[in-house]
Design a protein around this ligand. Structure first.
Ligand code: GCW
Length: 703
């Protein structure tokens, strides 16, 4: 064949193969930072504003990270990398020191972390200012610009500003030092403790980028069921290596600390917080950590909770324990996050323990102590009333603890978008203020692991994303957050976006309905928490048994927390206490959380409670069936591999939703002795068959 013909054939072959070569792999690793080439018109839209990037020199590591991300994003979206020479279409990263004259920017409003994006014309050229008071603000602003670019915002008319309402926004990794993850469903811990500090996996930088894109400012590296080893020199060195990688992205490293460490590591006879030798030990330990990590964030503490050691072992209270650690950290600017997740063995009502222990200590904690409170008073259920401590400790900084990992919501298998749950909690009003205004910090129990797609399923990263975005701005609507995430993670095609967002927004109510409708809670399998087990009543602690929580019997179902029962309602502000004292004025979504009612109690729908319960379970299953159909209808809009993955997961979710519905109805029918209402589909299996199911190797049991 002539040479020219061979050359032409080569080009033709390459052209045919190119799409296979250049089509980036859609395995979820790039999260919402995919920066995939937008359709041609969109590319010009981005290029018109971003042919060049201009910034102050010398650039700090943080500013370098911002510029690198902008280059990466523009190159991905348009196929062309911006230059450093000013052009018609320049992104200018500016602080008060180098902002162009004559442009009014809200510097004071932005504070330390905020940013402004402003489209201008300068000498006839398109210029976009990314403005902030600090380099970390410029990093957040750069990610905000890229979010706008990826979601199809008109980049020629930008005039937005944003500053975080909640000062401290952090992840809690329940990661163990052997790389198992407690309640983790996404593989091993991403922290390769064994190879640290020498080997610093590139994944740590991508973790930092993802969290910086959300404005997350800190991360607790290890499990709250802490091992004392995490405070030994080798592990401090490992944590220091991670701190070095995360620092340019504005992410501080924290550690969970085991309260008995002075005994286990220091050989002391006691860990009594009032003992001078114990206080000295913690001071020396804090000094040692800060020598390795000068900007160490502080300690997260789980004490006198589920068997963890704490100050009460020595007749002291939580404030005594927290204040000792706070004193050790204070000279370095460190903080203590002290968890209020406590419940005593002799609990008359486990939901009352956190308030009972901590409310009397309001105002007794040192200024650098934050009390960390779960969104509800039991334990990350599909729905819980807001925790009574919100609004009850006005003299104490509080952190809201949310679970991003889905310990009680179907692991990483079930598609459940948690944005609506976060929104419900943040907007709840214990008094005349929303929970979002009662908190100084917000912590999310991470759903991140070594799986390629980070969170164990393609949709679970939406919960990491929603946590971060709503921690930055607790008044963001979960629907808007979902839409942003879909447009960056899957597609900007409007019909597909609408379809996926509607699936996501239906998913949390669905899991409530098919697991724990009408305020039921804690019905799950023992230990692993997989699947339904409302019949369990044989555990060593009464308040570990599902029967303790639903109290189903011939007379009715539900936990009486009214004044006629445990009177837990009295822990809420008076307006709520009155409203929750009567079933008629209690929101039906919380009905069986606060009341024990007869099966023939008349619901708002006109049905009896028994019929309503079944209707809710059926509604939950129907919703999953609908989500499955919606996803199937999107087959042509989503890359095949991820579409197939998600479809397979939703099929499992449907089967497990049916299992939850059938097992719970079978059991509650056995407890009530009532016939199924006419027309009810009977459970597929017998109650004994459901009771016989065991899962000895369910994931998430690390620790
Ligand atoms: O949700 C429960 C989990 C435990 C967890 C504990 C806690 C880290 O079952 O695995 O322990 O709460 O929040 O401390």
């Amino acid at each position: 064949m002539k040479t020219w013909a061979r050359g032409l054939a080569g080009w033709l072959l390459a052209a045919l193969l190119l799409p296979a070569w250049s089509a980036p792999v859609e395995d979820g690793y790039d999260l919402w930072l995919r920066y995939r080439a937008v359709p041609a018109g969109g590319q010009q839209r981005v290029l018109d504003q971003a042919r060049s990037i201009v910034h102050a020199e010398p650039a700090s590591p943080t500013l370098q990270a911002a510029v690198a991300e902008l280059k990466r994003g523009v190159a991905g979206l348009t196929g062309r990398e911006p230059s450093a020479r000013p052009a018609d279409g320049t992104l200018m990263l500016v602080t008060p020191a180098n902002a162009p004259l004559g442009v009014e920017l809200p510097w004071t409003e932005l504070g330390r972390e905020g940013y402004a994006l402003r489209s201008l014309k300068r000498g006839g050229r398109a210029v976009t200012l990314i403005a902030a008071n600090t380099d970390i603000g410029l990093l957040y602003g750069s990610f905000a610009w890229l979010r706008a670019a990826q979601t199809g915002v008109d980049l020629s008319k930008l005039d937005q500003r944003s500053a975080p309402q909640v000062g401290l926004r952090l992840l809690n990794h329940w990661d163990n030092l052997d790389r198992t993850v407690e309640r983790g469903y996404a593989g091993a811990s991403i922290w390769d403790w064994w190879k640290l500090p020498d080997i610093r996996d590139a994944r740590y930088v991508d973790y930092a980028r993802a969290n910086a894109s959300l404005g997350i400012t800190a991360t607790v590296l290890n499990n709250v069921n802490a091992k004392a080893d995490s405070l030994t020199a080798p592990f401090i060195a490992k944590a220091a290596a991670l701190a070095d990688v995360l620092r340019p992205y504005g992410i501080k490293v924290w550690l969970s600390a085991r309260f008995s460490s002075p005994r286990e590591l220091g050989g002391l006879k006691t860990a009594d917080p009032l003992d001078p030798a114990v206080r000295a030990w913690w001071q020396a330990k804090a000094d040692e950590i800060y020598r390795a990590i000068p900007d160490f964030g502080g300690f997260l503490i789980k004490a006198n909770s589920e068997g963890q050691p704490g100050p009460q072992d020595y007749g002291r209270n939580h404030a005594d324990g927290a204040n000792m650690l706070a004193e050790a950290l204070a000279p370095h600017g460190g903080l203590v996050m002290w968890r209020a997740f406590v419940y005593a063995p002799d609990a008359s009502d486990r939901a009352m323990q956190g308030y009972a222990d901590f409310k009397p200590l309001d105002g007794r904690f040192a200024p650098n102590v934050i009390v960390q409170v779960k969104n509800g008073a039991i334990d990350f259920q599909p729905r819980e009333p807001f925790h009574p401590l919100f609004g009850a400790m006005p003299k104490t900084p509080l952190a809201l603890e949310l679970q991003i990992t889905k310990e009680y919501l179907g692991f990483s298998t079930h598609l459940v978008y948690l944005g609506p749950l976060f929104e419900e909690v943040l907007r709840a009003k214990p008094d005349d203020m929303m929970v979002a205004r009662h908190i100084q910090a917000i912590a999310g129990v991470a759903n991140i692991g070594s799986d390629r797609n980070w969170s164990g399923s393609h949709f679970d990263t939406a919960n990491w994303y929603a946590f971060g975005r709503m921690a930055w701005n607790p008044e963001l609507a979960s629907a808007d957050v979902a839409r942003e995430w879909v447009q960056q993670t899957f597609t900007t095609a409007p019909r597909a976006v609408d379809g996926i967002v509607s699936m996501m927004l239906a998913s949390r109510e669905a899991v409530v309905d098919y697991m724990t409708p009408l305020g039921l809670h804690h019905l799950m399998g023992t230990g692993h928490h997989h699947g339904p087990a409302p019949w369990v009543d044989n555990l060593e602690r009464a308040d570990w048994n599902p029967v303790y929580f639903h109290r189903a019997g011939r007379d009715g179902i539900g936990f009486d927390r009214s004044p006629r029962g445990s009177n837990a309602v009295a822990q809420y502000a008076p307006a709520w206490a009155n409203r929750l004292s009567q079933p008629e004025t209690t929101p039906e979504d919380w009905l069986l959380w606060f009341h024990h009612l007869p099966w023939d109690y008349r619901m708002a729908s006109g049905r009896t409670l028994w019929a309503e319960l079944i209707a809710r379970y059926d509604r939950g299953v129907a919703s999953v069936v609908d989500v499955r159909a919606r996803w199937a209808a999107l087959k042509g809009d989503i890359d095949p591999a991820r579409h197939a993955d998600v479809a397979a997961y939703i099929a499992v979710q449907e089967a497990e939703a049916r299992w939850w519905r059938d097992a719970c109805i079978a059991y509650f029918q056995s407890a009530s002795g009532l016939p199924l209402p006419v027309g009810t589909r009977p459970p597929a299996r017998s109650l004994d068959e459901y009771k016989a199911r065991h899962f000895n190797f369910a994931p998430g049991r690390g620790g």
